[in-house]
Design a protein around this ligand. Structure first.
Ligand code: AMP
Ligand code: GLY
Length: 439
């Protein structure tokens, strides 16, 4: 007789955890997906989302507090016996929310302010990578005082030229320019305040050619980590990766080229050195690390670090996590991830973003959204929506991420695109080629 091989899905310590109240910060599709996943946990007592959107109310209670208003969050946490703060977007992390709540004994999923500089300062991130031997594009940083050295460095590179604002710039701070004179001109414009203080320092780096993917790691700051499902996002607004950059028009997970061999390189050359580098520099980091990678002829290189989950990647990653995420988040925030299991579905998840007409340029708001009740085979992760009385209307550029799971890319896409036909609002736009390059 065979001994049963299935191990119990609940980790021994999970059964001893008491249900908890969670405050999730953010208002996008990423936070909708996190809220959906957390809301399914038996460990959850109550979930609050600040400020949330027109869809997150289905998973918890929206509260009208800005994620950057730490004193109001502190009061809310005390009044509502919040046990855990999960931070969705980068701004509060870069502003130091971890450090604000650490002395108050409130666990936060996210890095300390020092750790958040991996996203908050490209110059810091590049130095960190060089110090820790992590593969990334050759670079140098320049300020207004070193502009002529910047010109000389540009002259030493081959086009296209990659210029990056050092600080946060809402995803817009990277310019890729074909022409040397244009690049020199842009360097001056950036240093002259094109992205405000964020571009007072500019990182110039070598252009890398390859396909990008997003790798997510959850780490507890004590050397333990779990690698979450890998995803690919589609940044350009137009089909065939044309047109302006957006926050993301869709995503797919898993990514066929991120196979076992590639991921082993990622873990050995990037993930472990990153975790060890943080420890070596005494940087407290208990949260998500987002590695923006590029596959250069089979070799992974880091394009950027983010200190949060990706959007719209989270809308596919959450669909593939079979384990209860909440105990993992609690353990992460307490620095005791240990051997807590993370089970991942072998299925494929896709998301297709319905966006407002004109996005990523200017777009109208307040368009009535209908048809959501007809969609049963996909999950709608709301991004730019809000409820006006009982009417769901658009309130942002990216409106709803239509997310589906299937046995492969075509079957998952079929669900999302058929749901897309049922969803309607004036000026709706979306890409029809999500995942096609991977099939
Ligand atoms: P980042 O904000 O650093 O992720 O850059 C935005 C986008 O610019 C990336 O997703 C890449 O598509 C592109 N990019 C950034 N750095 C490089 C590079 N060194 N080589 C090629 N493309 C890059
Ligand atoms: N999808 C890319 C990002 O979240 O930054």
């Amino acid at each position: 007789m065979n001994t049963p091989r299935t191990t119990p899905q609940t980790h021994p310590t999970e059964t001893t955890m008491n249900p908890i109240n969670v405050l999730l910060l953010g208002s996008g599709g990423r936070e909708s997906a996190l809220a959906w996943k957390i809301s399914r946990s038996p460990l959850l007592k109550q979930l609050f989302i600040a400020p949330g959107n027109g869809g997150t109310g289905a998973y918890g209670k929206n509260v009208a507090i800005s994620p950057l208003d730490f004193p109001s969050i502190e009061k809310f946490v005390a009044d509502n016996a919040i046990d855990l703060i999960v931070v969705g977007n980068e701004d509060p992390l870069v502003a130091g929310i971890y450090d604000y709540f650490a002395p108050l004994g409130i666990p936060v999923v996210g890095p300390s302010k020092k750790g958040a500089a991996l996203e908050g300062s490209k110059d810091f991130a590049k130095k960190f990578m060089v110090e820790n031997n992590i593969p990334t594009a050759r670079y140098r940083s320049f300020t207004a005082e070193t502009i002529s050295e910047g010109d000389a460095f540009l002259e030493s590179l081959r086009p296209p030229y990659v210029l990056k604002a050092d600080g946060l710039a809402a995803g817009k701070g990277v310019l890729i320019i074909d022409n040397l004179d244009e690049a020199k001109k842009s360097l001056r414009e950036m240093l002259g305040g094109m992205f405000g203080k964020s571009s007072a320092t500019v990182v110039i780096e070598e252009f890398l050619k390859g396909i990008e993917c997003s790798v997510f790691v959850l780490t507890d700051g004590n050397g333990e980590y779990r690698i979450l499902p890998v995803a690919k996002d589609y940044k350009r607004v137009g089909e065939g990766d044309t047109g302006l950059n957006t926050g993301g028009m869709g995503a797919v997970s898993p990514v066929p080229f991120a196979n076992r061999e590639f991921m082993q390189k990622v873990e050995d050359r990037i993930i472990r050195p990153t975790i060890e580098g943080l420890k070596k520099s005494d940087i407290i980091y208990r949260g998500f690390i987002f590695l923006g990678l590029i596959n250069v002829d089979g070799e992974p290189m880091v394009i950027e670090y983010n200190v949060r989950m990706g959007d719209p990647e989270t809308e596919v990653v959450m669909l593939r996590i079979e384990s209860d995420l909440l105990p993992l988040l609690v353990k992460t925030a307490n620095g005791e991830l240990g051997d807590a299991p993370l089970l991942i579905s072998p299925d494929t998840a896709v998301t297709v973003m319905a966006v407002s007409q004109g996005y990523p340029g200017s777009y109208p708001k307040g368009k009535v959204i209908s048809g959501t009740e007809k969609i049963t085979e996909s999950i709608l992760f709301h991004a730019g929506t809000k409820l006006e009385q009982d009417t769901l209307v658009t309130s942002g550029g990216r409106v709803i991420a239509i997310s589906s799971i299937g046995k492969d890319i075509p079957s998952a896409l079929e669900k999302s695109y058929s749901a897309m036909e049922k969803l309607s609002f004036e000026g709706k736009n979306f890409r029809r080629d999500i995942g096609k390059d991977l099939m």
